[in-house]
Write a protein that binds this ligand. Structure first.
Ligand code: NDP
Length: 466
């Protein structure tokens, strides 16, 4: 099929094209602001590519990438401990399978809706492409809130959720993993139900327990990978993390292992948060304190406020929704690792970070910076590692778990960590070089969006109009 055969959308400039595309995205996907935001950022970067490669425009690759291949939405009924019927909504967005089976996490959080999962699935397509591994993009989850639920309630919910999801996924089709609210406990219940329904023991989920198909380093991978990425950014300016004061938000999986790797590399992490507030420990969160936080969050399922009861010099600041910035991002530091959730850094927070001396922002969470905040980081020319590159270590190690499952063997901790480290180095250099090649040196947002896009776009061209 030639360029001429398929009808070219030919607005005169890249900007017009992006504006036209965004008008269509908003009209077709109303009330999905996070999805609009994610598409806008990518489309702006890609205007550089589409001008050089008219074949992508002609084949409407971007218009196809923003349309999920399949969206599943289903009822999840379950019984609570009082015997009352509860009903939640389940989702799986199968976004793009051009370079491999759909791959991406499941999020259980009351804020989950179609638009949030579409933004996450969209981001995942580019991220997975960057990992160098053959994985397509997907995302799923539910508005179920595991907080305050008993283990039995979580199990009944997971079993009901998987009863429907099982018919749509498989090791060569779609391989979910964890995300916010979905950790080892939930993956266990989901896997158990899948195995029971399908009567097969297979690598259909990643993040599994170590003695039933999981990979060493998978729990650590997103946080470790994000710190490896930050180190690579620093290397370009001949610096290291040694002695640097670091702000970390969140206190879940990504945050915990970000702190652990920062300690390994001699940095001083000083903050952690949850949805109620944050702690600031000026002396630094050391290994002993981190072990206590892990017990608090992963076993006792407590709140971060309790930290100050144990470590008296730390200060707790509760969330104050009346102010238009987050004081966590207003503390003097050199590096910031937003690792909680989307849009946790607004333009004022970005200005505060820059004002307080932050020169490295590595995003552990997905899309933690609003568009204006992203622009502020780029304008200030700080070392800014966007989520789809900086936090790709998690899904990359999921990819390594899939490989080990297929081969029915387990690599050592050192082997997986070494592969993860090399992947993060490769992602960084790919983004860095791509940014340079497309005329925006140092802009890793463009680098990540363009490099992630090219691999998927070329596969889509090769595979025809599907
Ligand atoms: P967890 O559920 O383990 O932890 C999430 C943390 O973020 C908790 O401290 C939680 O606080 C806080 N948080 C969640 N929602 C909000 C909110 N609306 N406002 C303020 N704080 C909030 O999740 P993960 O650590 O796995 O995920 C964190 C981020 O990293 C997400 O953006 C996720 O998409 C991203 N990510 C995760 C990967 C992984 O491998 N797990 C891979 C790549 C990205 P509280 O307990 O109060 O809810």
């Amino acid at each position: 099929m030639s360029v001429q055969d398929v009808g070219v959308m030919t607005p005169s400039k890249g900007q017009d094209y992006v504006a036209g595309l965004m008008a269509e995205v908003k009209a077709k996907n109303p009330a999905e602001p996070e999805f609009h935001q994610a598409v806008q950022e990518v489309a702006e970067s890609l205007s550089l590519v589409l001008e050089r490669h008219p074949e992508y425009r002609a084949h409407r690759i971007l218009e196809r990438i923003i349309e999920p291949e399949r969206v599943l939405m289903f009822r999840v009924p379950w019984l609570d401990d009082q015997g009352h019927v509860q009903v939640n909504r389940g989702f799986r967005i199968e976004m793009n399978s051009a370079i491999g089976p759909y791959k991406g996490g499941l999020r259980f959080h009351p804020s989950v809706n179609l638009g949030i999962l579409k933004f996450l699935a969209f981001e995942q397509v580019f991220k997975n492409s960057l990992t160098t591994l053959p994985m397509g993009g997907g995302k799923g989850g539910s508005d179920f809130d595991p907080k305050g639920k008993s283990d039995n309630e979580v199990m009944r919910f997971c079993q009901s959720f998987m009863t429907e999801l099982a018919r749509h996924i498989g090791p060569d089709t779609d391989v979910p993993a964890g995300d916010i609210g979905v950790g080892g406990r939930e993956i266990g219940f989901l896997f158990g139900q899948y195995k029971r329904l399908r009567n097969e023991f297979t690598g259909v989920l990643t993040g599994k327990g170590l003695n039933w198909g999981g990979s060493l380093i998978r729990p650590e991978a997103t946080g470790y990978g994000c710190v490896y990425f930050a180190s690579e950014m620093l290397k370009t300016r001949k610096q290291t993390l040694e002695g640097k004061v670091c702000l970390v938000s969140g206190s879940g999986n990504v945050s915990q292992y970000t702190v652990e790797k920062l300690l390994d590399l001699g940095a001083r992490p000083v903050t952690l948060s949850d949805s109620n507030g944050f702690i600031y420990d000026e002396e630094g969160i050391d290994r002993e304190k981190l072990a206590w936080v892990m017990e608090l969050k992963n076993v006792k399922r407590g709140r971060i406020q309790e930290y100050t009861g144990k470590f008296r010099k730390a200060v707790y600041t509760p969330l104050d929704t009346r102010i238009d910035y987050n004081p966590l991002w207003n503390i003097r530091a050199t590096c910031a690792f937003p690792s909680a959730t989307q849009n946790e850094i607004n333009v004022k927070d970005a200005a505060n970070l820059i004002k307080n001396g932050v020169t490295v922002v590595a995003e552990g969470a997905n899309m933690p910076s609003m568009l204006e905040a992203t622009r502020a980081f780029l304008e200030a020319r700080i070392m800014y590692g966007p989520a789809k590159a900086a936090n790709a270590g998690g899904v990359a190690t999921s990819g390594l778990e899939m490989s080990q499952n297929s081969m029915r063997l387990s690599w050592t901790r050192e082997e997986v960590d070494d592969r993860l480290h090399k992947i993060m180095i490769a992602i960084h250099s790919n983004c860095y070089e791509t940014a340079e090649k497309y005329g925006t040196p140092g802009n890793l947002v463009n680098g990540a969006n363009i490099a992630g896009f090219l691999k998927v776009a070329d596969a889509m061209l090769d595979q025809g109009l599907v």
